[in-house]
Design a protein. Structure first.
Length: 318
């Protein structure tokens, strides 16, 4: 599978590394508004200064949209309208209306549309999914969760450079949390109970804090959970806690480890990190899944639709 990269920013460096570590996929072309960014590309990759020429002349099978979140809709729509396949960094877009327009455009042209939910391929997430499938730890049914994605992007009354390219704490962090939870809970069984956003009109972001309270059902067991995203805590904290009938598990997404507490047993800590950067591990999972789906002529639109519905539901919470 040949990939064309649109946007050569910070995240693209991890994506390019992951492509080099994944069989069956290669980077052939790229575009960025800043021609200087071409210096960051491998010598085998062709750089196009003109976006339209990239879409017209590239031999790529699909185009990875790795531009700032607020531009995802415009860039992805341009790819689709050129009858090319779009792979979009999460979130797919920033509103339900944009999401519906992209899905309609792709479906009308019978094109796959793939959203890269990279946090759901964290090694700690993959490890816990495997443990549950193999029933290695008898924790019983899931009864609750808390997933927190915090970044130090709002300090001293101003947005930091880390916020550049992001839409807002909830739009970006909420998509991450929900994609991780979807590996363990059928998102069709999840429903928003309440959503609370903290917005500062003078800032160029949709919100600096967002919280969603959800109800869910797993194995006929109802439960509740909280997704909390925050740019105001002054720290990088990415953790999902899952409470089961007989214990709990903490998945640290920033440090790639898991902490298991089994009722009546000792605490167990598992270090799942490798010699690769965390985000490279994420994208290795994304591209492995992508190449498999591409060979079958499939995409993840159904999952993406469910997750974005849960994400955007907070805009209508009372």
């Amino acid at each position: 599978m040949k990939i064309g990269l649109i946007g050569i920013g910070k995240i693209a460096n991890y994506q390019m590394q992951a492509i080099s570590h994944t069989q069956g996929i290669s980077l052939v072309d790229a575009h960025d508004l800043d021609p200087v960014r071409a210096e960051e590309l491998p010598g085998s990759v062709t750089f196009y200064e003109d976006f339209d020429q990239l879409l017209k002349r590239s031999t790529a099978d699909a185009f990875l949209v790795s531009t700032p979140t607020p531009t995802h809709f415009e860039v992805a729509m341009k790819v689709i309208e050129a009858d090319r396949v779009a792979i979009v960094e999460k979130p797919l877009c920033i509103s339900a209306e944009q999401e519906d327009a992209l899905r309609t455009a792709a479906t009308t042209r019978k094109l796959p549309l793939y959203t890269a939910f990279h946090p759901s391929y964290g090694r700690e997430v993959e490890w816990w999914v495997e443990q549950r499938e193999k029933k290695n730890f008898d924790l019983g049914k899931l009864i609750g969760f808390e997933s927190c994605f915090a970044d130090p992007y709002f300090l001293n009354g101003e947005l930091t450079l880390g916020a550049v390219g992001k839409a807002g704490a909830w739009i970006d962090g909420g998509a991450s949390s929900l994609s991780i939870l979807a590996r363990l809970i059928d998102p069709s069984s999840m429903e928003l109970v309440d959503g609370r956003m903290t917005q500062i009109p003078s800032l160029k972001c949709s919100e600096v804090q967002g919280l969603g309270i959800y109800r869910f059902v797993v194995d006929d067991q109802p439960g509740f959970g909280i997704v909390d995203t925050n740019w105001t805590l002054g720290k990088n904290h990415k953790m999902t806690r899952l409470w089961y009938e007989n214990g709990s598990i903490e998945l640290d997404h920033a440090k790639e480890y898991a902490r298991l507490n089994h009722r009546g047993g000792d605490e167990l800590v598992f270090n799942l990190a490798t010699d690769k950067p965390r985000l490279v591990n994420h994208y290795c999972g994304v591209f492995a899944n992508l190449t498999e789906m591409f060979e079958k002529g499939e995409d993840n639109q159904e999952l993406s639709c469910k997750l974005h519905k849960l994400l955007f539901a907070t805009n209508h919470a009372k």
